[in-house]
Design a protein around this ligand. Structure first.
Ligand code: NAD
Ligand code: TYD
Length: 353
């Protein structure tokens, strides 16, 4: 009965097609790549709500500043009045905004609770009061499932959640509020969970851009532990295409896993970067391990392949070449970041550039 009721609510809301989208966190790495994709391949009107934290950068979208389909609003997702107003203007939400870095969550958990948990709850409540809302896509992560051992099968959508870091605990919590909003109120929520992304515009605190930049400057490449931890790498454009498919074809209440089907140890990733840049392997420096460091992530993407017709298209060798080229050709983008507020954090962790 419960499911019949939610399906009925869903059908009621499916009346019109989606024309306008509220994208949260669109000035960050994946959100900006998603807006680029939408404005290139679709005709949606987009409102980008972003607080411009250290990770948000208006330069990521400078090519579209004067596009009449695009509007930027500076603000916090946890501001209920602002969210209430913005919800009246859109047919769908694609929610990327988050505190996204595990190491920062270990140092200070509070911003992760405020943005990832409270911010998501405020967005969901705002969405509930919007009669025209047809989809709420919540962008989540493989890290909510916890950590795999070498012989475990990849994560599936109905696996239990076992988050280990404050970051993944806050994302798992936001996933559960999304589930509750679907089950209790029939809000047409779709949850996507993706593995580790890489590509243009990634903030240089994450493994791949940090290693590219340090290697270019002949600085040490800090590897946590022994470098055997495994991640499933996906080129950001493939992830964005998956999120778009979830927006357009995803069934409310469903979860879709995305991944690159490309498991590599951190040491393999870093050695590949050094090889492409023709830099010596003795730049690699083993440093203290991350507390609670998840050993391995890997995604089973069968459901997204079957139900959304999605699959990753980029090989790692092509994606990493493109990414390195982008950081080589866009020195001004990351040099500005390294000389701004991020400088102190970077120097504390990695020494001066
Ligand atoms: P990011 O840190 O690069 O960008 C986050 C953006 O959110 C920034 O522009 C920031 O200014 C904005 N933001 C932060 N707090 C805000 C607030 N309170 N109100 C409004 N805006 C706020 O992150 P990303 O790597 O682009 O990740 C985007 C989403 O994808 C996150 O939800 C993350 O959990 C998820 N995800 C990331 C990866 C990955 O590999 N990076 C993988 C899977 C899922
Ligand atoms: P990261 O890019 O922070 O993503 P996540 O922790 O969300 O997977 O880290 C990817 C992997 O690289 C992870 O196993 C931690 C490791 N790592 C290092 O070894 N050194 C570093 O300086 C960083 C930032 C990460």
């Amino acid at each position: 009965m419960d499911q019949v009721f939610t399906a009925f609510l869903f059908l009621l809301k499916m009346g019109n097609e989606i024309k306008s989208i509220l994208v949260t966190g669109g000035c960050g790495f994946i959100g900006s790549n998603f807006i680029h994709l939408c404005l290139r391949e679709r005709d949606y009107e987009i409102i980008n709500l972003d607080a411009l934290t250290y990770a948000g950068n208006l330069e990521n979208l400078k090519d579209y500043e004067s596009d009449s389909r695009y509007k930027f609003v500076k603000g916090q997702i946890e501001d209920p009045e602002l969210i209430k107003d913005l919800m009246q203007e859109v047919d769908a939400v694609v929610h990327f905004a988050a505190e996204s870095h595990v190491d920062r969550s270990i140092e200070d958990q509070k911003p992760f609770v405020i943005t990832n948990v409270l911010g998501t709850q405020v967005l969901l409540s705002g969405a509930l009061n919007s009669p025209r809302l047809k989809r709420f896509v919540h962008v989540s992560t493989d890290e909510v499932y916890g950590s795999l051992r070498p012989d475990d099968r990849p994560f599936k959508e109905d696996d239990h959640l076992h988050p280990n870091s404050p970051y993944s605990a806050s994302k798992a919590s936001s996933d559960l509020f999304c589930r509750a909003s679907f089950k209790t109120y029939g809000l047409p929520v779709v949850i996507t969970r993706c593995s580790n992304n890489y590509g243009p515009y990634q903030f240089p605190e994450k493994l791949i851009p940090l290693m590219c930049i340090n290697a270019m400057a002949d600085k040490p490449l800090p590897i946590y532990g022994d470098g055997s931890n495994v991640r499933d790498w996906i080129y950001v454009e493939d992830h964005c295409k998956g999120v778009l498919a979830a927006l357009e074809q995803g069934v409310p209440g469903e979860i879709y896993n995305f991944g690159g089907e490309c498991e590599l140890s951190n040491l393999e990733v870093v050695k590949t970067i050094l090889k492409i840049l023709k830099k010596p392997e003795d730049l690699i420096t083993f440093v203290a391990d991350r507390p609670g460091h998840d050993f391995r992530y890997a995604m089973d993407i069968t459901k997204a392949q079957k139900e959304l017709g999605w699959k990753p298209e980029w090989t790692f060798s092509r994606g990493i070449e493109m990414t390195i080229k982008w950081y080589q050709e866009n020195r001004g983008w990351w040099e500005k970041i390294l000389s701004g507020d991020y400088r102190d954090y970077y120097h504390r962790r990695y020494g001066s550039l």
